[in-house]
Design a protein around this ligand. Structure first.
Ligand code: TXA
Ligand code: MG
Length: 391
């Protein structure tokens, strides 16, 4: 099958493909999605097949407005309406009890359905034109970084889907926040650009954080409520490790100017040492840092390591925007090891760090320990030490 790529002018054709049971990738403000008719079990099966995704991992159902929600759910609590009115269209997915018309193929066998209304004019027009809700996981091969531009989708799915609607690079760059409203307490299942603080302020209640987010979904005995959080995710081909300092971690990066300069120096020195050892061993190495620190990596010797600045750490959204693109670039370059700085978990930083930790398989080390050969046993000495761990 040939995969065609079109912009806004392709919306009607895309809608016809969906109504015939085919697949169309679509732009959103977070990442590109891989769409099929959410009410058609066969379309959902095709989505799993195209992505190579385990079929117990449910799909998010995309709607174009709040009025399209009631037929999809068996309960519609006030709390859900409040959040939809405050944040839709936008990067928030809400889990509710499903109605019978939503097939188990779409919900991965669950009695609940995750619903979201994305903020993108092409996709809103596309959903309206099809007249059905659109099931859509991120449009990447399962396990790979989510696509933040149409070219990424093409790379992963060409020949496997009928069409890609291209609306240029996305704005946010990491997937939507997911909140589960089916239990006694609203629970965050995946951090995104809408923060826990914003959610609890709008709801006027506390929002619990699913323990699996902190453990990365890889710890024994912790079962994430969002099944997708348990799989290895966003993984570049390279092995990747995050580097921090003990003080930064303890204070979640709330440091004085002097302390910050010292922490930056320790992290840079540690990364430079690890990079030099790897390069001496003939490995191809990459560094992920921010505008505030990048000059610290240029200083020494004839380093060949590829230094990628992903944004300003003072503005985590500038970094979410670049993270997945940078990971894909490292793949294209054949990079074998990546060392990345760690950043604060505050606000949108929680979403950024969640994706960075998962990309690194939860491997986060302290520069204080002067680590060598950090990939040897692959267990993070910092796992469980994340700032939200006590909530
Ligand atoms: O920003 C986004 O949400 C993007 C764009 C395309 O909308 N979509 C996306 O979908 O990230 P996906 O399939 O890559 O991630 C969906 C996540 C998975 O972790 C899945 O387990 C969880 O949502 N999920 C879906 N339905 C659920 C449900 N009923 N209960 C709990 N978790 C659910
Ligand atoms: Mg995904």
């Amino acid at each position: 099958m040939e995969t065609i790529v079109k912009g806004m002018e392709g919306v009607q054709q895309a809608a016809e493909i969906i109504r015939r049971g085919g697949l169309v990738a679509f732009p959103t403000e977070t990442v590109y999605g891989l769409g099929g008719n959410a009410l058609d079990p066969e379309a959902s099966r095709k989505i799993y097949a195209a992505k190579g995704r385990p079929s117990d991992n449910p799909l998010i159902v995309h709607v174009s407005c709040i009025d399209e929600v009631p037929p999809l759910v068996s309960e519609f609590p006030d709390s859900a309406r409040k959040l939809m009115e405050a944040f839709w269209p936008g990067p928030l997915t809400i889990v509710l009890p499903k109605a019978a018309i939503v097939p188990y193929e779409t919900t991965g066998g669950l009695e609940t359905v995750a619903i979201r209304c994305p903020e993108n004019r092409v996709t809103l027009a596309f959903i309206k034109a099809t007249g059905v809700p659109i099931a859509g996981p991120s449009a990447n091969t399962s396990g790979k970084p989510s696509p933040t531009e149409a070219a990424h989708v093409y790379h992963d799915l060409q020949g496997k889907i009928e069409m890609i609607l291209d609306d240029g690079p996305v704005g946010i760059g990491v997937e939507s926040t997911i909140i589960d409203l089916t239990g006694d307490v609203p629970t965050l299942l995946r951090p995104g650009a809408i923060t826990v603080e914003e959610l609890s302020e709008t709801l006027g209640t506390e929002v619990r954080i699913d323990p699996a987010i902190i453990a990365g979904g890889v710890k024994e005995g912790v079962h994430p409520k969002a099944p997708g959080m348990k799989y290895r995710h966003y993984a570049p081909n390279a092995r990747m490790a995050l580097v921090t300092t003990r003080l930064s971690k303890e204070r979640d990066y709330a440091l004085s100017e002097e302390e910050r300069a010292e922490a930056d120096q320790m992290v840079a020195a540690c990364i430079v040492r690890l990079v030099d050892a790897d390069e001496a061993a003939g490995l191809r190495v990459g560094i992920i840092c921010c505008e505030e620190t990048w000059a610290r990596y240029l200083s020494a010797g004839d380093r060949r390591a590829d230094i990628k600045v992903i944004g300003r750490r003072s503005d985590p959204l500038s970094m979410t925007h670049e993270l997945f693109r940078v990971l894909r670039e490292f793949d294209e370059d054949g990079t074998e090891r990546i060392y990345a700085e760690s950043y604060s978990d505050r606000g949108v930083g929680f979403a950024l760090m969640n994706r960075m930790r998962k990309s690194a398989g939860m491997l986060e080390v302290c520069a204080d320990d002067q680590p060598t050969d950090v990939f040897r046993n692959g267990i993070s000495p910092l796992a469980g030490l994340q700032p939200h761990a006590d909530k």
